[in-house]
Design a protein around this ligand. Structure first.
Ligand code: MIG
Length: 728
């Protein structure tokens, strides 16, 4: 067995098997490292053949597995089997092994030992996290060429930091991305979009973005705008922006085969599309536009071409994009469709119908692995100058993201991009955000939103979220309320629904439900100073925004806790995610008291000091509740009538001895914060012998603050309240 190894940092070691494909997940140029040969692999037993490698690790009863990004299962990933194979699968049921992205980074952890593992390998392999045998973690890679990184830093947070140093600083979206966003498949034209904005305004519901799905295009042709639907797109986006609403159009990778359509013509002329085995014929498959070719994003030239096509949108005043279908999704290939047609015709001619055969021959057309084996990418270094798509399948969305981001950066060197991508690979977290794909209006998927948020945060995707209220299916009022209530704390807060489902916009429910949703959304804006401060802190410190309580508290209850998390440094969030519930049990970790805050409006009226341990929390659908950790404070806005803006910050603090609270602002749009153009104020709130509070402030950064007034509401361990004011 030949393995090479190189130490990357005191706690991180790379084990190189064979000659791995350079995925670009890692920002370091690993080919420049000095390697030594080794026979021995730590932790894992390794069984190797010429074509495959099986790594096994024996787990004890207590060990949890955290991470694995976009995948089903709990916060603890143990007892499940995962396949790293990006798939357009719109049915995220419990047994699914693959979703849209592959993030093969995880942490095995118990009280005594924490080990991080990252397998950098760009296509199908399996991680059996104690599914087949509860005490065996086994990784089966059908190749001898891959990189294995082992992180042995002290605790989970240090391991994540090492992983992020290796794969890049997480993406920071513009500040408006933290506002509420409304979407539907579809708001197809100017009139409908205007109506949505009007309805939101009439209902007093603030909103920062509206999405436009595939119907804005002319015949689903990417980089076209149907002029019948949007007669003056530029004027329209400007008008919407004046109202504080940004439009976010969708882009799919499939380019419609149509003579005279410039994207198609340019692609064909310059050999920009993926090929068939002969290296000459453009690979053809069907998606929304009908028959399409797929851009070969693996090459610099194609990425640069594609990235420039977005100028059509940037030049029309668009500042956010939504890249979809980039697994890439395939509905069918002409060859397979013909075979299915033939089967059906034969049966028709013989007049002998086999229902199941017909059904399956049509049902199995989409997302077929064997279709991907007919698709080839240009690759100079490979034999015959090309590489089969199935050998690097998981990199397609990743490279489409690179295309979008890299050219944007050339055009707007200092601007932050807003980009959602559906498909991704490890490392994509440094460029863009992902959303969790086509979920359903199911209670299970509200819980999955909570759990996946944690797993994705562990893999560096700090800014993410699921389609709030569910994409497919008709949402019930109760589920919609519980989902919106939780999503106040989801970094991406986007309500999105599929074609043919119930109208899911907050104003499309009965008055009681709409009123409650208005309160949730306004509360989101009230908490935005905290969310943004903590988000930027998370990015700068390479520490996830959302973490399991188990990272801090190794009590059995904390380890078993699968539906609560810390948001930033100061809040514990415990959503209700079950039907007909009046509340839920919350485990208050880390053996210190918490301040339970319930917001019914803009004012802080209802709070209580709660001792650690198990606590039954009543949680109705008309409030937003959270727990503030001991000796912490959170900046909130005193929201004006528009439901969105504020001039004064109110710090809500729970202090028994010395507390801290931070507030951060920057221009929200550019990267100037990296040059010190930000304002940060760190408060220390000290309780003295007379039970009065003293506030000290430390200021950082060169920006003049927009906010000059800070009101403090300080609650101590006995529940008494002190109000103080602080002005700059
Ligand atoms: O085949 O563009 O995940 O958000 O609304 C479905 C239509 C294609 C899938 C995306 C979804 C989007 C939908 N798209």
């Amino acid at each position: 067995m030949k393995i090479k190894t190189s130490r990357i940092s005191p706690s991180t070691q790379l084990f190189r098997f064979g000659k791995p494909y350079k995925t670009e997940a890692v920002i370091l140029n690993t080919n420049d490292l000095s390697f030594t040969e080794t026979e021995k692999l730590p932790l894992f037993k390794c069984e190797k053949t010429a074509e495959s490698c099986k790594l096994t690790y024996t787990m004890n009863k207590e060990q949890c597995i955290f991470g694995l990004g976009e995948s089903v299962g709990g916060i603890n990933k143990r007892s499940h089997i995962y396949r790293m194979w990006n798939s357009d699968d719109p049915c995220h049921t419990e047994e699914k092994a693959s979703l849209y992205g592959s993030h093969p980074f995880f942490i095995i952890s118990d009280e005594n030992e924490k080990i991080g593992v990252f397998i950098d390998y760009p296509t199908d392999f399996q991680i059996d996290a104690g599914f087949t045998r509860y005490n065996v973690l086994s990784i089966e890679i059908p190749s001898e060429n891959f990189d294995l990184y082992i992180f042995a830093a002290g605790n989970e947070l240090q391991i994540i930091r090492e992983y992020l140093k290796l794969t890049g600083t997480p993406y920071l979206p513009p500040k408006w991305a933290f506002g509420f966003q409304q979407s539907r498949w579809s708001y197809p034209d100017e009139k409908t979009v205007t109506q949505v904005a009007d309805n939101m305004a009439a209902a007093g519901i603030p909103c920062d973005a509206i999405y436009i799905d595939i119907d804005y295009m002319d015949n689903y042709k990417v980089f076209t705008i149907d002029e019948k639907k949007f007669p003056d797109f530029k004027k329209f986006t400007a008008k919407m922006k004046e109202r504080g609403i940004r439009l976010i159009p969708i882009i799919d990778p499939g380019v419609r085969i149509e003579k005279g359509y410039s994207v198609y013509e340019d692609g064909v002329k310059n050999n920009y599309f993926c090929k068939e085995a002969d290296g000459k014929t453009d690979f053809t498959a069907a998606v929304w536009p009908g028959l399409v070719h797929f851009p070969d994003f693996l090459t610099d030239q194609v990425r640069s071409w594609w990235g420039k096509l977005y100028r059509l949108l940037w030049n029309n005043g668009i500042d956010g994009i939504w890249n979809d279908m980039n697994e890439p999704a395939i509905f069918y290939t002409p060859r397979k469709l013909d075979a299915a047609k033939k089967k059906i015709t034969e049966q028709a001619i013989n007049n002998s119908w086999d229902f199941f055969e017909i059904r399956d021959s049509l049902n199995s057309l989409a997302n077929r692995r064997d279709d991907y084996s007919e698709m080839y990418h240009f690759a100079e270094d490979e034999k015959n100058g090309s590489i089969n798509h199935k050998n690097l399948h998981n990199l397609y969305g990743f490279n489409m993201t690179r295309a979008t981001v890299d050219e944007f950066k050339k055009d707007f060197p200092n601007k932050r991009i807003f980009l959602l991508t559906r498909s991704s690979y490890a490392g994509a977290h440094r460029m863009a955000a992902i959303w969790m794909g086509d979920n359903q209006s199911w209670w299970e998927h509200l819980l999955l939103h909570i759990q996946m948020l944690i797993s994705l945060n562990i893999c560096g995707f700090f800014y993410t979220g699921a389609d709030v209220c569910g994409f497919s299916g008709n949402v019930s009022n109760e589920l919609a309320l519980r989902w919106m209530q939780f999503a106040v704390f989801s970094p991406l807060f986007r309500n999105h629904a599929a074609l043919g489902t119930r109208n899911q916009e907050p104003y499309n429910f009965d008055d009681k439900t709409t009123n409650r949703m208005r309160h949730f959304i306004r509360t989101r804006y009230k908490l935005l100073p905290y969310m943004y401060t903590e988000f930027v802190h998370a990015v700068k410190n390479l520490a996830p925004l959302c973490t399991p309580t188990a990272f801090y508290d190794k009590s059995p209850q904390s380890l078993e806790c699968q539906d609560e998390f810390y948001l930033g440094r100061s809040l514990l969030i415990a959503p209700v995610h079950q039907p007909n519930a009046q509340g839920r049990i919350v485990y208050l970790a880390e053996n210190h008291p918490y301040l339970h805050v319930r917001l019914y409006n803009n004012e802080l009226e209802d709070f209580a000091v709660i001792q650690p341990g198990n606590f039954y929390m009543k949680y109705s659908t008309d409030e937003v509740a959270f727990f503030i950790k001991e000796n912490c404070g959170i900046p909130t806005g005193i929201i004006e009538n528009d439901g969105k803006t504020f001039n004064t910050i109110e710090i809500i603090a729970f202090v028994s001895s010395i507390g801290t609270a931070s507030y951060y602002e920057d221009d929200g749009e550019t990267n100037d914060y990296m040059q010190g153009n930000f304002f940060q104020i760190d408060f220390t709130i000290k309780k003295d012998e007379n039970n009065s509070f003293l506030i000290q402030a430390d200021k950082h950064g060169n920006k003049l603050p927009d906010i000059k007034n800070f009101n403090f509401v300080i609650i101590d361990e006995s529940g008494s309240i002190v109000r103080l004011a602080f002005a700059l």
